[in-house]
Design a protein around this ligand. Structure first.
Ligand SMILES: Cc1cc2nc3c(=O)[nH]c(=O)nc-3n(C[C@H](O)[C@H](O)[C@H](O)COP(=O)(O)OP(=O)(O)OC[C@H]3O[C@@H](n4cnc5c(N)ncnc54)[C@H](O)[C@@H]3O)c2cc1C
Length: 298
C-alpha cells in the first residue's frame, strides 16, 4: 500500500483527520479539488479562535500546518473512483493515476442546489444565507425574510424571529393552518405572492420584488436549499446512505465508520447539522478510529 490512509476531500473534516493521523506518524494522502462549501462567504463564524475570519485563509493555514508533517502528501486532484484492492483500497485520480491506501476516509462534502431566482446566486453566502447560527447575528434586528422552498422552510421561518423581524415569502406555496398559527405566534409576516427577483447593489440586498410588482424592503434572506454529494464514490463503494431533510447522508457509527469495512466518512456528508466545528470533530474522530484500526485491525 502507498499510504496508511487516503482522504478524499481536504477541507475542514479531511484536514482535521490528516492532522491527527500525521501526529500518529502515519502516512496520509489528501486529495482535494479546492471547492469547500462555504467558499461563497466572506467571513466564517462560530469556530472558536477564528470567529469572523476569512474561510479561505482558515483553510490555507490548516493546509500549511498539515503539510509541515513529513508523512502527509496534499494533492490538488480529484478522486474519480475507489475500489477494494487486496486488504485496502485503490483510488483513481482524474489524471488517470492510481494510488493505494489501507484505509479510506470520505470527506468530499456537499453542494447546495440553489433555487433559480434572479439575483439569488450572486448573493449566496453574503445576504442570502442558510444558517442563522453562522450568519444571523450579523443581521441582528434587521429586516429578514425566509423563502419557501420545502417543508423545512416553515420551521426556518419559525426560528428566524430570534434574530429580527421576519417575513415568510410563500412564493405561491401553501402552509397548513397549524403552521400559520405558529408563525403568527412568533410574529412572522406571511407574504403569499410569487417572488420575482432580489434587488440591491452588488451582493447587498435592499428589496424582494414580487410578481405583482410590489417591492418589499429586506436586508437578508434565509433559504434552505436541497443539497447533493460532491462525489458518488461513497455510493459506488456500497456505503449505506439515508435520506436527510435536504439531501442524502452517509450512514456512519459513532467512530465515523461506514458499513463498508475500512471506509470512514466525516463532515457534511455524514450529518444533518453542518458547521465547521462539527466537520473538524468528525475528522478527528475518524482519524482516531482509523489509527486504532491500523494498529489492531477491524
Ligand atoms: C454559504 C455558506 C456559509 C457557511 N458559513 C459557515 C460559518 O460561518 N460557520 C460554520 O461553522 N459553517 C459554515 N458553513 C458550513 C461549512 O461550510 C461546512 O459545514 C463545512 O465546510 C463542512 O466541511 P467538510 O470538510 O465536510 O466539507 P467541505 O468544506 O465542503 O469540503 C469538501 C472538500 O472536498 C473536496 N472534494 C469534493 N469532491 C472531491 C473529490 N472527488 N476528490 C477530491 N476532493 C474532492 C472539495 O473541493 C472540498 O474542498 C457555511 C456553509 C455555506 C454553504
Amino acid at each position: 500500500m502507498n499510504f496508511d490512509a487516503i482522504i478524499v476531500g481536504g477541507s475542514f473534516a479531511g484536514l482535521s483527520a490528516a492532522l491527527y493521523l500525521a501526529r500518529a506518524r502515519r502516512s496520509v494522502l489528501v486529495l482535494d479539488t479546492g471547492t469547500p462549501r462555504n467558499r461563497f462567504a466572506a467571513a466564517s463564524h462560530g469556530f472558536f479562535a477564528k470567529d469572523g475570519s476569512d474561510p479561505k485563509t482558515m483553510l490555507e493555514i490548516m493546509r500549511g500546518q498539515v503539510a509541515a508533517y513529513p508523512t502527509v502528501q496534499l494533492r490538488d486532484l480529484k478522486a474519480v473512483a475507489a475500489a477494494r484492492d487486496g486488504g485496502g483500497f485503490r483510488v483513481t485520480l482524474e489524471n488517470g493515476e492510481a494510488v493505494t491506501g489501507a484505509k479510506l476516509l470520505l470527506a468530499f462534502g456537499i453542494s447546495d442546489i440553489l433555487p433559480e431566482l434572479p439575483g439569488l446566486a450572486e448573493r449566496w453566502g453574503r445576504t442570502v444565507i442558510h444558517c442563522p447560527y453562522c450568519h444571523g447575528y450579523e443581521f441582528s434586528g434587521e429586516r429578514l425574510g425566509v423563502l419557501n422552498l420545502s417543508a423545512m422552510s416553515a420551521h426556518q421561518a419559525i426560528l428566524i424571529p430570534e434574530w429580527g423581524p421576519t417575513t415568510f415569502y410563500l412564493n405561491g406555496g401553501t402552509i397548513e393552518p397549524d403552521v400559520t398559527a405558529k408563525l403568527h405566534e412568533r410574529g412572522v409576516t406571511i407574504e403569499p405572492e410569487l417572488v420575482d427577483c432580489l434587488v440591491g447593489d452588488g451582493t447587498s440586498l435592499s428589496a424582494i420584488r414580487l410578481r405583482n410588482g410590489v417591492e418589499r424592503p429586506i436586508d437578508a434572506l434565509f433559504v434552505g436549499p436541497r443539497n447533493r454529494f460532491n462525489s458518488n464514490i461513497a455510493e459506488r463503494l456500497g456505503c449505506a446512505v439515508e435520506n436527510g431533510p435536504l439531501g442524502l447522508v452517509v450512514k456512519v457509527d459513532e467512530m465515523k465508520a461506514t458499513n463498508v469495512a475500512g471506509v470512514y466518512a466525516a463532515g457534511d456528508i455524514t450529518r444533518m447539522g453542518h458547521t465547521i466545528t462539527f466537520a473538524c470533530a468528525d475528522g478527528v474522530m475518524a482519524a482516531l478510529a482509523i489509527h486504532h484500526s491500523l494498529m489492531f485491525g477491524g
